[in-house]
Design a protein around this ligand. Structure first.
Ligand code: GLP
Length: 260
């Protein structure tokens, strides 16, 4: 796992956007795995800027989102459909038919989840998956105890996640308690993973995920099993890492770089 510690949130967002853009330059019809939450907003803004100012092209791109709340229609302002449209899709040129987001309103969740997994395989798999991290260490909505081999499925949200997300709803009772989420096993099959985290609220979960044991109690720790996972942090989110100096030494002294 590579750990990149950036001075600010803006630097972290730019560094992660460069990683996504590099995948697109190498493979214009790449399959991108998208994440929601406040963390990737800066990354999406930077990709939109690259699209407008540098001609970064999304016309052949396909996307799969990690998750969606059950019970919210795509028009609901807190749905991940709405979030993705407002913050990213409406600003770039991805063909709408290439956009996949789990349905929060299907009447057959099991069949939907199987279809979602099949579609990912049929388009050749996800090239780069963007991830945030919950304060309980989850990725997507894979709450503590989720199997590290889990697939896309219906999940009950943990209470801390409901509390975290209550700030976006008028009242706590409005937060859905179920979601459809890609599984940890689904996520681990992406060719490359990038996890972003900023702010001191994430410092503990980040330390557990990066330096703790691999455990289904912290599903982000499964990134340790992936051969191409990079964690982008701002200094606050990196604050509880014991090996901070080591990660910075490695960043400065990559193979091929002049010795410092
Ligand atoms: C939700 C999402 C996750 C996201 C997490 C953190 O639980 N399902 O994918 O990583 O929130 O959100 P934020 O970036 O707002 O802290």
């Amino acid at each position: 796992m590579e750990v990149i510690i950036c001075p600010t949130y803006a630097d972290m967002s730019r560094a992660a956007a460069r990683e996504v853009a590099n995948v697109l330059y190498a493979k214009p019809n790449a399959v991108l795995g998208m994440a929601t939450g406040s963390t990737p907003l800066g990354l999406y803004q930077e990709l939109v800027r690259m699209h407008r100012e540098e001609g970064l092209d999304f016309s052949q791109v396909t996307t799969f989102n990690l998750d969606e709340y059950v019970g919210l229609s795509p028009q609901h302002e807190q749905s991940y459909h709405f979030f993705m449209h407002e913050n990213f899709f409406k600003h770039v040129n991805i063909p709408p038919q290439n956009v996949y987001i789990p349905s929060g309103t299907t009447n057959n969740y099991k069949a939907f989840c199987e279809w979602y997994e099949r579609r990912i395989k049929e388009v050749g798999g996800i090239d780069i998956q963007i991830l945030g991290i919950g304060s309980d260490g989850h990725i997507a909505f894979n709450e503590p105890g989720s199997s590290l081999m889990s697939r896309t499925r219906l999940k009950t949200l943990a209470k801390p996640t409901i509390d975290d997300n209550a700030r976006f709803f008028a009242q706590r009772e409005d937060v859905p308690i179920y979601a459809i989420t890609m599984g940890v096993g689904t996520i681990l099959e992406a060719r490359e993973l990038i996890l972003l985290a900023n702010g001191k609220k994430k410092a503990h979960a980040v330390a557990e995920a990066v330096e703790g044991p691999v455990t289904s109690m912290i599903t982000a720790s499964a990134l340790q099993l992936h051969p191409a996972a990079t964690v982008f942090l701002d200094t606050e989110a990196a604050a509880e890492l014991k090996m901070r100096d080591y990660y910075q030494w490695i960043q400065k002294n990559k193979p091929g770089a002049p010795r410092t």
